[in-house]
Design a protein around this ligand. Structure first.
Ligand SMILES: [Zn+2]
Length: 508
């Protein structure tokens, strides 16, 4: 850490689906004053690894806890909870939520995600900072657990459909905005910002600029701008309009300071994406891999009915990846599911856990590959492995017992963590770029783009950092927490930074 980073606030702006290639193109072709200003005054790192499946809840949980899902316990946007025998869906589509039962699903997204599913044995950045007597702000991310009790006010239009209390008590950062359910600024006249109940960029920016104007900067602020995701889903990875919109929103943020120089001088800015997206082919027949057809004749749980006695498998689709559960492995061994998936060449990766080993197969590779933790091989993130079989399936490059990754960044740890993230017997699978999984009504994006997959298109995101030359140990989202906590060292004159780092190491 450089000494001039002390006593500065860390402001992290997560720009959903910000990707390097379209951004570089837009920088050349368009006028992007805010991005250009940040680029001129910061360090740009184009390839930061996102966790798998590449979905926002998993990304945010990994970022805030500094652990993959094997520790933080939020596997994906959609997953099957074996204990409760039901599918958890934090919100792919309102139709899915209707089928799952709105009140349970709403409660999953608004309460259980943060207070029950996100492992309470791991601490979030907000919780660690609070212990050090420092405060933080969370504006609009889905994952926001902190140490300060806070009420979410459930708007009447939600309570009209579902039976919920008007207020839910939750724990968050001291400063907390979450769409229409919790806001900081008293502004209400700008009704357009309430589109989508406040889960949009304009609302995030409005709430953040309120903090700026009131000079209420905590040690760490996490501001989430969600909008670009849907632009890219619809128009494909090279959508430029959304990048121009984000630039305008960043200008509004910078303009809320007395000068742009002031904005940079007193703060460390981290602009970061959350996940990338891969293109999805135009032709729906070709682009969409229908798991219901591929897995015939197995009896699949219908979302509306929930798990029935005669059901054999549960499918939890996460766009370009899917978790497929066997409800009884005596009846349907995981090998049966694997063999069916292997029949489709669009299926890029199939992985499952058996006898301590992670097994990997593919629809367009013969042969198989196995690996487990601890062994002779060390990967580029200093993780050690024992491996066996055809490692070309995961595009591993091996030289002198050292593994580097190709198409699938941090491939071993990311598969290993997903397969150890929750109870149940399941296969995780992902499709090649150009394709997307489909099943019982889930959003599909033929002719556009999608994410959730294991491929580097979905998995690599850029990061732009001002006011410090320090970097995380590795360029992965999972490595950012430790670095961010270091950056906030010295922010508070009474901080006990040294004791904190020791405690952090043993926080799980
Ligand atoms: Zn998306």
């Amino acid at each position: 850490m450089t000494s001039n980073s002390a006593k500065k606030s860390v402001i992290m702006v997560m720009l959903d689906t910000w990707m390097d290639k379209p951004f570089q193109h837009a920088l050349k072709e368009e006028t992007l004053p805010a991005f250009t200003y940040f680029m001129e005054h910061g360090n740009y790192y184009p390839n930061v690894v996102s966790p798998f499946p590449t979905m926002s809840v998993n990304v945010e949980s990994t970022l805030l806890t500094g652990h993959y899902s094997d520790q933080h316990g939020v596997p994906a946007l959609v997953w099957y909870n074996q204990k409760e025998n039901r599918v958890i869906n934090y919100g792919t589509h309102i139709m899915d939520l209707m089928k799952l039962g709105l009140s349970k699903s709403t409660y999953d997204a608004l309460y259980r995600l943060n207070n029950e599913h996100l492992n309470t044995k791991v601490k979030t950045i907000h919780e660690n900072l609070h212990e050090q007597g420092k405060e933080s702000a969370s504006i609009n991310p889905l994952v926001h657990r902190g140490s300060v009790p806070h009420h979410l006010t459930i708007p009447g239009f939600i309570r009209f459909f579902v039976s919920m209390d008007k207020q839910i008590e939750t724990y968050t950062s001291l400063t907390f905005a979450y769409g229409r359910l919790s806001k900081i600024s008293p502004l209400q006249k700008y009704s357009h910002v309430w589109n989508k109940y406040g889960f949009n960029n304009n609302f995030s920016v409005q709430e953040f600029t309120h903090l700026v104007k009131n000079k209420e900067f905590p040690a760490f602020s996490f501001l989430y701008l969600p909008d670009h995701d849907k632009n890219v889903h619809k128009h494909g990875p090279m959508d430029i309009k959304g990048i121009k919109d984000m630039d305008r929103q960043l200008q509004t943020i910078l303009d809320s300071f007395p000068t742009w120089e002031d904005a940079l001088k007193n703060n460390i800015w981290i602009l970061i994406g959350d996940n990338g997206q891969s293109d999805v082919k135009n032709n729906r027949q070709e682009a969409l891999v229908d798991l219901r057809k591929l897995l015939q004749p197995l009896k699949i749980t219908k979302l509306r009915k929930g798990v029935q006695k005669e059901d054999q498998i549960v499918i939890a689709n996460n766009l370009r990846s899917s978790l497929i559960y066997s409800l009884n492995t005596n009846d349907v061994p995981l090998g049966d599911i694997v063999e069916k998936l292997k029949e489709d060449a669009r299926v890029e990766i199939i992985a499952w856990k058996m006898n301590e080993w992670i097994h990997v197969a593919s629809g367009d590779h013969n042969g198989s590959f196995q690996f487990k933790e601890n062994g002779e091989m060390t990967d580029e993130y200093s993780q050690t492995w024992m491996i066996d079989g055809d490692h070309s399936i995961l595009d591993l490059h091996i030289k002198d017992n050292t593994i580097t990754f190709g198409e699938f960044p941090d491939a071993l740890k990311r598969l290993h963590s997903t397969l150890h993230s929750h109870e149940g017997c399941f296969v995780v699978t992902s499709v090649k770029p150009g394709y997307e999984f489909t099943g019982e009504i889930t959003p599909t994006h033929a002719g556009g783009a999608s994410h959730g997959g294991f491929h580097k298109n979905d998995s690599l995101i850029p990061m732009l950092v001002t006011n410090t030359a320090s970097t995380p140990d590795f360029f992965r989202i999972v490595d950012l927490k430790k670095w961010i906590l270091n950056l906030t060292d010295g922010y508070h004159p009474n901080s006990k930074s040294k004791e904190r780092s020791k405690e952090e190491e043993k926080d799980i």
